[in-house]
Design a binder for this molecule. Structure first.
Ligand code: PGA
Length: 252
């Protein structure tokens, strides 16, 4: 049975000291929640990745990096490699977030290269994609999402998909307070699952967790999470406060 997942993307928030406090609160709070077939993941900034990894070693909170270089090592100032991430016992990485695409020029092709490097280094991937508002308005959203997934992921083999988590994040809903309706999320998630089923065997499609991201908060989570093809959420703003994030874990 595919896993349910609540993942928190902290983005460029929390100093080292602040993130230590949040990790501590989450670790404590999670102990009181019964996790039924559910994974809880947080993606702090690089400056707190090692501390978070150490501090959560004996807890059910898993740690992800927010980005990674496609190159293995070398003269790439400011970049972080897959093996560096693995060396601090972090086994997950977020790739393809719309902010990386929009502000840092990441493309489907550059993401395909990052995906390959991550898998080669045994990193599990939370792969994000989603349409902008104009695409939604013009009815192009299915086509855009199909292309993003095909170009970055459809060269993989079925086995590789054991290390892929999908995150559908309509750009117009990220950090805007506007959420896709539970029906819009379900419709897109079912479309994505069908796309994967057509390319691979249906087992791959049935097993892959598909998260929804975009202004998920305690007030709207339960309804979104209740949809059959929504296997959890990738959370931005509401992941920065332990009580909100823990409420989302309880909602799943
Ligand atoms: P948000 O961000 O929850 O603040 O909308 C979601 C994301 O970007 O992953």
């Amino acid at each position: 049975m595919r896993k349910k997942i609540v993942a928190g993307n902290w983005k460029m928030n929390k100093t080292y000291q602040e993130s230590k406090v949040l990790v501590k609160e989450l670790k404590k709070g999670i102990k009181n929640i019964k996790l039924d077939n559910t994974r809880v993941i947080i993606a702090p900034p690089f400056t707190n990745l090692q501390n978070a990894s150490k501090k959560t070693k004996d807890s059910s909170v898993e740690i992800a990096a927010q980005n990674m270089c496609a190159k293995e090592s070398g003269a790439f100032t400011g970049e972080i490699s897959a093996s560096m991430i693995k060396s601090i016992h972090v086994d997950l990485v977020v790739l393809g977030h719309s902010e990386r695409r929009e502000y840092f020029g990441e493309t489907d092709a550059s993401l395909a290269a990052k995906v390959d490097t991550a898998l080669k280094n045994d990193l599990e991937i939370i792969f994000c994609f989603g349409e902008v508002l104009e695409d939604r308005k013009s009815g192009n959203h299915f086509k855009i999402v199909e292309e993003q997934i095909k170009k970055a992921l459809f060269h993989l083999n079925s086995d590789d998909w054991k290390n892929i988590i999908l995150a559908y994040e309509p750009v117009w809903a990220i950090g805007t307070g506007e959420t896709a309706s539970p029906e819009q999320a379900q419709e897109m998630h079912a479309f994505i699952r069908e796309l994967v089923a057509q390319r691979y065997i249906s087992d791959v499609a049935e097993e892959v967790s598909i998260l929804y991201g975009g202004s998920v908060k305690p007030a709207n989570a339960e309804e979104i999470f209740s949809k059959p093809d929504v296997d959890g959420g990738l959370i931005g703003g509401a992941a920065l406060k332990s009580e909100d994030f823990l409420a989302l874990v309880k909602a799943i």
